[in-house]
Design a protein around this ligand. Sequence first.
Ligand code: SAH
Ligand code: F3S
Length: 488
Amino acid sequence: MIKDTKIPKADSNKVYLETMGCQMNKLDSELVLSQLTEMGYELTDNPDDAGVVIYNTCSVRQHAEDKVISKIGNLKKRHKEKKDLTLAVIGCMAQRQGPKMQEENPQVDIVCGPGQIHRLGEEITKLQKTHAPIVMRNSKADMEKLEELDATRKNFNKEAPFSAYVRVIRGCSKFCHFCVVPFTRGLESSRPIDNIVEETKKLVDGGVKEITLLGQTVNSYHYVNGKAHTLADVMYRIHDFTGLERIRFVTSYPTDFHDEIMQAMATLPKACEYLHMPAQHGSDAVLKRMNRHYDRQQYVDVINKYRETVPNIAIASDIIVGFCGETEEEFEETKDLLREIRFKNNYIFQYSTRPKTHAEKELPDDIPLEVKKRRNHELLALQNSIAQEDNQKFIGQTFDVLVEGPSKKPHLNTIPDTPISQLHNIVNVSAKPKQAEPVANEEIIQLVGRTKGDYITVFNGPKSLIGQIVDVQIKKASAVTLFGELDS
Ligand code: SAH
Ligand code: F3S
């Protein structure tokens, strides 16, 4: 990786990094932190303390870009007056804007796209000596070096070191008419299977229990090395690593390889029963305008097949409202799709026109903002009522929950009463080998974790359970959260 690069000033070696956007960005941030700490930089949670501030940006909607502009705007004064700051903007927005980012925001020292992050450390060091602004560009050698960065990285998931992302595909070649990703992350390319397997092995040997395989269209994974390998092959090859408990993958595209993946999910005990497969819309006409290569019935058929093959599979999706020309009738078809599929959850987005995309060039963004907002709210209300109803079936059932940490909103999460004394009892008497040994008299707090189906589950227990898999019996269910008790 990065060799012998010396940091010029002691006070410039503190790094603050903030990540926006998708799991790909979260992984890229981990790779950057792994690289910079290896070079001797220290991390800080306070941007005011940091000599190096990095924003890893998202371009998928205009709103995400506006947030970045406002954040870097706040640093303008400090950059100009105190001169103690190196400001790097990395990620999709950096790739999309290139030199324009610096022209419009002269306080930005380094502009670095997702395909150049392996060189970021060197460029920061260079800039700290020369103070000459840098706009990084893709070069032919980048792909190999990027591959090296993924393969040699350390696990840098500070919040949940027991969980890690592993990239299987870079980029996307689907060119959905609304989407900027193919322009910012480049065309789809599957990573060598041996590299993926080795990287996973290292992470699992280092204590990771849950691996999430990542790709914009993760089920398109196709790597030929003598024979053709699919995502299912990746799952089979990593499944038996000692210490690995869960395998997930996101995000799936409704066409491409499915049968082998369903079989792998059905037969591999560590494969999580969770499928995130964005439908985007319920109307054939809109799907066509969006350049999604399937119609509604094909989508429904694939989901039904997954449900037949993988018992209890939870289905999540993304939906866009207010896409170019969306009529009330077409919108109703999306509502109807929600009622037909009954998704576990839906990420609902208001359409936002993106530069360079086909829709930006050819299709007018003609749905007024108020209409987009109204459709968004209606869909959210429908999704919530469906999930609220469906989640009641979990009451009384017991699930394996991977404990992620303290609940972020304990005051909102009321759990059915369990006397604290009884809780200590439950935890202490647990005979299950997989249940963590709690520290005697440890404080009981509200914890949050996820089931294999990705249901957020809140329950009371000691902090020492974080990172463990425990049995939780569900007592109450809302549209997005299950509430339970540690099972004795
Ligand atoms: N396959 C990717 C999709 C990346 S974008 C994945 O990993 O999820 C995530 C979601 O953002 C898309 O599924 C889509 O629903 C939404 N989206 C993409 N472009 C958008 C746009 N221009 N306006 C509104 N939503 C958009
Ligand atoms: Fe974007 Fe469509 Fe690819 S949503 S990431 S172009 S599958």
